[in-house]
Ligand binder design. Structure first.
Ligand code: FAD
Ligand code: EPU
Length: 336
């Protein structure tokens, strides 16, 4: 595996931010990763998949490692489920399409999420009423210091809303090599998310297949979210914040149209996009850093914004939401 010096990362992050890596290498197996680590010991490391959930704020003075471990295969099955393992470097959406082609149900609501399979457990990716924890069987992760492989079952991953152990207590310690999903042979559809149900109705589809659900999710996403090929972004920049019911009741008196959902734990999840839009940020632009005009939860790079400029804009948004609603926004994107 070739290790390159002063490598430009602009095309490897969907924000399209310019930054260089002191060293860069791609690896397609744990053996080749091990090899690189032995030749370049002791450097700060950054693992990259599709670069669709990172914001680079400066040059990376270390070794950037692009995960290119490929391969998809059915590892086992029983009467109800197939267990499908995918290499971390597989493109997420292509993998979802592969499962749909085989008639295996579960991942269709997660169509068109950018990035690679290996990053999907990092923040337990989710969309349209489904999170990967619902379909997750296990993953293989390589411990960078110990240089050995571990198997993580769902409980050990401590999945939460856009959370896992890999984003928190084991941050930077493991490289995810492959992920195994448990998919249904007889799909059970989840069309509870309002926009899916209404789009299926608009298309006159009464008995949808997993392909129909995937197609509808793709078109909803394309209508709202900016395509990174045209406008740099990393999807939702912030998480949707949760507050207590008494806090929510107070806010609701002042803002009767406030959008919120009841969490299973009895707290209320607020739509951060709604809060940011109400605070007047939608479509706002400061140089090339901006707030998307169709989805206020998405910060965008209109061309040549730096990571630092996007972080600075996010700080202004955070303080404005705190001031107007008394609610603390937390970033979802990984700042590097
Ligand atoms: P990267 O950005 O490359 O990496 C993300 C983090 O994971 C980094 O900290 C990186 O170091 C680490 N990492 C990556 N791969 C590995 C690995 N193999 N082992 C260990 N660490 C690793 N997310 C959602 O949850 N739901 C959405 O609906 C959604 N929509 C999006 C829409 C758009 C337009 C965009 C641009 C992004 C969206 N995202 C969404 C965010 C993003 O697509 C996901 O978080 C995705 O899983 C990131 O994958 P990636 O391969 O690009 O990860
Ligand atoms: N809204 C506004 N103004 C806006 C944006 C949204 O009022 O500018 C309102 C919408 O009208 C709607 C509510 O907020 O009533 C929720 O909006 P939407 O359905 O677009 O979803 P979201 O909460 O903004 C979340 C995820 C997305 C995921 C979608 C679909 C988070 C942080 N984001 O967005 O995930 O695709 O739901 O399930 O949870 C991501 O994580 O990067 C991501 C894109």
């Amino acid at each position: 595996m070739q290790v390159l010096e002063n490598f430009p990362l602009k095309d490897l992050n969907t924000f399209g931010v310019a930054a260089n890596a002191r060293y860069y290498a791609a690896f397609d197996s744990i053996a080749s990763l091990n090899d690189i680590l032995s030749k370049y010991p002791g450097l700060p490391l950054l693992i990259l998949g599709g670069g669709s959930n990172v914001l680079l704020t400066k040059d990376f003075d270390g070794l950037v490692l692009k995960n290119d471990i490929r391969g998809i295969r059915k590892v086992s099955e029983d009467a109800e489920f197939v267990y499908v393992k995918a290499g971390a470097g597989e493109n997420w959406h292509q993998f979802v399409l592969y499962t749909i082609e085989h008639g295996w149900g579960g991942l269709e609501n997660l169509s068109l999420i950018p990035g690679c399979v290996g990053a999907s457990p990092m923040q337990n990716i989710g969309a349209y009423g489904v999170e990967i924890k619902d379909l997750f069987e296990q993953l293989t992760a390589f411990h960078l210091n110990e240089r050995s492989n571990y198997t993580f079952r769902a409980q050990a991953c401590e999945f939460g809303y856009r959370e896992s152990v890999f984003k928190r207590k084991y941050k930077g310690q493991f490289v995810i090599a492959d992920v195994t999903f448990k998919l249904r042979k007889q799909p059970v559809l989840n069309t509870s998310y309002g926009a899916i149900a209404s789009e299926l109705k608009a298309r006159g589809i009464e008995h949808p297949t997993i392909r129909d659900v995937s197609d509808v999710v793709i078109s909803i996403r394309q209508s709202k979210l900016p395509d990174p090929k045209e406008t740099g972004n990393a999807g939702s920049f912030f998480k949707n914040p949760s507050i207590t019911i008494p806090q929510f009741d107070e806010l609701k008196k002042k803002y009767p149209d406030m959008v919120a959902y009841l969490n299973p734990d009895g707290t209320m999840k607020l739509a951060a996009g709604w809060l940011i839009e109400q605070a007047g940020w939608k479509g706002y632009r400061e140089g090339d850093a901006g707030v998307h005009a169709r989805q206020a939860l998405v910060l965008v790079n209109h061309g040549h914004a730096t990571g630092a400029e996007i972080v600075a804009l996010s700080e202004k948004v955070i303080s404005s939401i705190k001031e107007k609603f008394g609610v603390e926004l937390e970033r979802e994107v990984n700042i590097v």
